[in-house]
Design a binder for this molecule. Structure first.
Ligand SMILES: C[S@@+](CC[C@H](N)C(=O)[O-])C[C@H]1O[C@@H](n2cnc3c(N)ncnc32)[C@H](O)[C@@H]1O
Length: 193
């Protein structure tokens, strides 16, 4: 079983890298694949296997059965269930940063390339990519989507007066929203300038 992150941002921004590190910690380096990595990136190579190609090319070249590939798109019609999750070999996510309101980039930029694959959602609200991977991991382990707990919207306090809102859905893990300390520090640092 492999987790594929199809990087669809212009660069591997620091925010992307922090989320990708988080994904490596969730699934492990051996199970993680990054596709559409145009320029060699040593930081990414530490986290998983990197390919220049888009994933659809790898599916064709390696003769992967598209029915064994599950693509996560908030616009897909069905939510993934624990029973079917066990049957897939590849779980594909957009390496797309959250935007508000969502521009449906997964539907426009990722899903049309992966013809014949299975498309599933994790509800309608958008998760950051690392949270989407964590939710899928829980579902593979047997949890039902409806039994997981979430928090919509995080407010990050920068100082006494300022705060930043992250209008995304976060999984509650150990009684708090799942977000890396490193990302919180990055957001706070950026806001100070
Ligand atoms: C931050 S989301 C980007 C969503 C983007 N704004 C859109 O509207 O398509 C990054 C990735 O996490 C996965 N994801 C996040 N929320 C999801 C959901 N509710 N259902 C399915 N996949 C989701 C998708 O693979 C998506 O490409």
């Amino acid at each position: 079983m492999k987790f594929v992150i199809e990087h669809l941002e212009k660069r591997v921004w620091p925010w992307c890298l922090i989320e990708y590190e988080s994904i490596k910690d969730i699934v492990g380096k051996e199970k993680l694949i990054f596709t559409n990595i145009k320029r060699r990136n040593k930081n990414l190579e530490k986290l998983g296997k990197c390919f220049k190609e888009r994933f659809f090319k790898i599916v064709l070249e390696k003769n992967i059965n598209p029915k064994k590939v599950c693509v996560f798109d908030p616009q897909a019609k069905k939510t993934i269930s624990p029973n079917e999750a066990k049957e897939f070999d590849y779980f594909v996510f957009g390496g797309i940063l959250g935007d508000h309101p969502p521009k449906k980039r997964t539907k426009k930029e990722l899903s049309p390339t992966l013809k014949g694959c299975i498309f599933r959602n994790l509800g309608k609200k958008q998760f950051p990519t690392d949270n989407a991977v964590l939710v899928v991991k829980k579902i593979i382990e047997g949890k039902k989507f409806k039994d997981l707990n979430f928090k919509d919207k995080l407010e990050i306090k920068i100082n006494e007066i300022e705060s930043v809102e992250l209008p995304f859905r976060y999984m509650i893990e150990e009684e708090k929203p799942f977000i890396r300390e490193k990302l919180l520090n990055y957001i706070k640092r950026k806001r100070k300038f």
